[in-house]
Design a protein around this ligand. Structure first.
Ligand code: ZN
Length: 378
């Protein structure tokens, strides 16, 4: 496993250059908020920045040979403290450090829900509680062990309730050579008093080619699939990684096969396909519906005479334009509603076999323009 550094983050050249320059300045702002969606480069850039600041010799990347880098590369540097939401009133980040290090090592593009799942608490919401705030004071009261700075990296300041106000003075006037790196996604949910005390580092979404490149580098997708996931993830690498991880089969091919099978007049292939789709994992079924919704929106662009705006690979674009030419907006809207409702049903753990059969029959009706003769199946 290569220790984390800037190079591992795809693209973002300008953002990296600015942070590299900043890390080498004498005066680093004592509180910075890296603001970008969970799944963006915000956490990855903050982590690389922290490692570079702690490195004893390098100027653009952690050198990986000095004692500081050897420790920060395993996230065990004594001057690099982490604070993040946890589940349990009395629990603090310190209780979950081994799991947190694994989370960072797997990929720093995760969503808080991935983190809570990893803590074994599915469907539970964590927070940064009073005990954690007290611990932050304690951590920052220690003298610096090794280098120039001690750093507190807080992931998810939006999980900080009003007890966050206890930290205001600390953030405003931190102990000497202390840096706060906050990594958050939603400025509206961060205490305004904290927001106003931080220098903002706004992180843009990834571009499609950056996401495609990253998925291939992680061996999560081939060229064609990587492009599909990049379009669908809309700038969010964490989401793209999730989609590519849960889907064992090429999703575009699966959707087109399904649409073609539903268009045909023979029932047997439809029934076999329904059985196959019902056997897919829940997450893969969700990604099929998500991709379907995306694909239908591209078809709407075709109907709106804006084919140049379609974001699909060549083969799928051809299929979308061709299929759209047989449909009108009303029928396409029916399909969007159908997939939208199905996605929500899957999330509510509907019976997959019944759901896919219903959707297939309704798709057949819509594609054949018999919708008005079919009573609603919902
Ligand atoms: Zn170093």
């Amino acid at each position: 496993m290569i220790p984390w550094n800037f190079t591992q983050i795809p693209g973002m050249e300008q953002e990296k250059a600015e942070l590299q320059k900043l890390a080498n300045q004498d005066r680093i702002p004592h509180a910075q908020l890296f603001l970008g969606d969970f799944g963006s480069a915000a956490l990855g850039l903050a982590l690389a920045f922290a490692r570079l600041v702690l490195c004893e010799q390098s100027t653009s990347e952690p050198c990986e040979t000095c004692p500081a880098c050897l420790k920060s590369g395993r996230w065990v540097h004594p001057d690099l403290h982490f604070s993040f939401p946890v589940i349990g009133e009395k629990k603090t980040s310190n209780d979950f450090l081994p799991a947190w290090r694994t989370f960072l090592t797997q990929h720093p593009y995760g969503h808080p829900s991935d983190w809570f799942n990893q803590m074994g608490e599915e469907n539970k919401q964590g927070n940064i509680n009073v005990a954690e705030c007290q611990q932050i004071f304690q951590k920052l009261s220690y003298t610096i062990v090794e280098g120039r700075y001690k750093i507190l990296l807080m992931w998810g300041p939006e999980f900080l309730g009003k007890e966050g106000n206890r930290l205001l003075k600390l953030i405003e006037e931190p102990p000497e050579n202390t840096l706060f790196l906050l990594v958050g996604a939603d400025a509206d949910r961060i205490l305004p008093t904290i927001l106003s005390r931080c220098q903002l580092v706004k992180i843009r979404p990834f571009q499609d080619p950056e996401i495609a490149e990253a998925l291939q580098a992680l061996s999560l997708a081939g060229t064609h699939e990587a492009t599909t996931w990049a379009y669908l993830a809309d700038g969010n690498l964490g989401q793209a990684i999730h989609l590519a991880t849960v889907s064992e089969r090429p999703v575009a091919e699966l959707l087109l096969t399904w649409l073609r099978t539903c268009y045909a007049d023979s029932g047997q292939p439809m029934v076999s396909l329904v059985e196959k789709l019902a056997r897919l994992g829940r997450e893969e079924q969700k990604s099929l519906f998500q991709y379907g919704l995306y694909f239908f929106r591209q078809m709407i662009l075709s109907l709106a005479d804006r084919p140049q705006a379609i974001r699909l690979s060549d083969e799928e674009k051809k299929a979308a334009i061709n299929l759209a030419s047989h449909l009108d907006l009303e029928r396409l809207a029916e399909m969007v509603n159908l997939f939208d409702e199905s996605l929500r049903s899957i999330e509510r753990n509907a019976n997959a076999k019944i759901l896919f059969l219903n959707v297939s029959i309704q798709l057949h009706a819509v594609l054949k323009d018999q919708m008005r003769y079919i009573p609603s199946l919902n």
